[in-house]
Design a protein around this ligand. Sequence first.
Ligand SMILES: Nc1ncnc2c1ncn2[C@@H]1O[C@H](COP(=O)(O)OP(=O)(O)OP(=O)(O)O)[C@@H](O)[C@H]1O
Ligand SMILES: [Mg+2]
Length: 383
Amino acid sequence: MKIAIVEDDINMRKSLEIAMSDYKEFEIQTFKNAKDALKGIDDSFNLVITDINMPGMDGIEFVKTLGGKFEVIIMTGNATLQRAIESIHLGVKDFLLKPFDVDTLIEAIKREDKIQKVKKTLPKTNSDNAASSFYGTSKALEAALKIADKASKTDASILLLGESGVGKEVFASYIHNNSPRAKKPFVAINMAAIPDNLIESELFGFEKGAFTDASEAKAGQFEQANGGTLFLDEIAEMPYGVQAKLLRALQEKEIRRLGSSKGIKIDIRVVSATNANLNEKIKNGEFRSDLYFRLNTIPVNIPPLRERKDEILQIAQKVLEQNCIKYGFDLKTFSDEALKQLLDYHWPGNIRELISVVERAVILSESDEITPQELFLESRVFN
Ligand SMILES: Nc1ncnc2c1ncn2[C@@H]1O[C@H](COP(=O)(O)OP(=O)(O)OP(=O)(O)O)[C@@H](O)[C@H]1O
Ligand SMILES: [Mg+2]
């Protein structure tokens, strides 16, 4: 297994190099900052281990830039815990709280090694995050769904609010599927995933020759969603300049491709989502209040998993069953103590975190019963 370690502290870096040199099965390369790492890491690496707090590009930006191509373990101190939580959203599944001893790191690497080996035995599918529906139910979820149900029958703009991983995207497609537009397209666009300078052409499309690379005309997401629902994910990340254009398109129900003077009539329902505090962004002049009011006709607050405790074991059980089938294991169960830990844990990464913890436990557990140790919640830094 080839591993990149990114750590700015020279003492830490050297001591990890020395300690890891005892393990011939792990080939280590260390980098003193994210920039060097981005240059040095190629497809031959199997794992990236990175610090968060580093001069220049920090660990979270670094993981974002890696774009999900590598499995990542985060090393973090207390001061950056909050930032570490953000990385769950980027697909990071394992965390080490500093200071840790080398054995803890070795254990984490061995876990990752085993997981990668088991995953390699699977046929390749691209539906890892297949649109799921709700695996459980709780009072808090029912309350949110009730509002979503009502709103879905109308054309009102809906703003989904909730922490990372609570299911905002699941709600968005639920709303679409329960709306009169269900048979028309559902088009999702994530503001955080698209470089700022491309958002406008993604949304509105462009004509041939509109800019240097525009060798063909292309319809934007607005046109593709025509008749259906447009889901604007991570709306708080939308560049300020584009916000005015979005507002105008929504008000006039008409868009113009870049490089065209012709208006195109558009009939869409908009659902948007954010885990940011938009009021704060408005106060700071980063988000337009007029756009906020246009998007926020009906707000739907999706509570965090820790306020939906009834769902935890229902979701865990379903994910357990799915993964036993997926990996060809006999059906496993959770021990009573494991169930208790699942219920007691804080779940800062919400359902996304729960799903990844259960999947890892299924792969790592040695017997048919999953023990608390195999959930690795105790050593988890957010506990
Ligand atoms: N009630 C649920 N039952 C089963 N799976 C769910 C449920 N809610 C969400 N999920 C799954 O959890 C993961 C996270 O959900 P989703 O992407 O909708 O969250 P999100 O709120 O959009 O998160 P983020 O803010 O990080 O984008 C997805 O894999 C989704 O399929
Ligand atoms: Mg989302």
